[in-house]
Design a protein around this ligand. Sequence first.
Ligand code: ZN
Length: 149
Amino acid sequence: MLFEPRFMKYREECNQEKQSIRTVEEWIRFRNKWYDSKGWPKKSSEQITNETEFKRRLTSGKLGGRSWAYSYLMHDLTPEAIYELFYTSYHVGFKLTNPELYYSKKEAGPEVYWEQDCPFCGISTREIGDEDCPVCARSMIYVILEVER
Ligand SMILES: [Zn+2]
């Protein structure tokens, strides 16, 4: 049976709280209450192998004219839950904790790289472009990375 974290099970209550978040402190309180990963099941090595194989094939060619990398979460949450978790963390949490970066132009700079991620599909690209995922059409989020030296 698929595991359903509390933030999905009590989605309405969670969404109401989410909409009232105005400060970093409120965000941290929300995150600790709803996104605490203690008790979330971990994926088996077989699940990870299958998922990796699927994504390796998915990202082997270009998608929407761009090159992609893939990743996975070690916790066994549904793609819907993972999307909700990362989408909120970016559009509520990151926006409050890093407003300058959140509103900045997303491009490859001298010290940082932006990546576009689809948490639902678990794929990402450094070729910044169309904001919709070429696989599932969900709105992707931005993730900032430091440039490797
Ligand atoms: Zn997607």
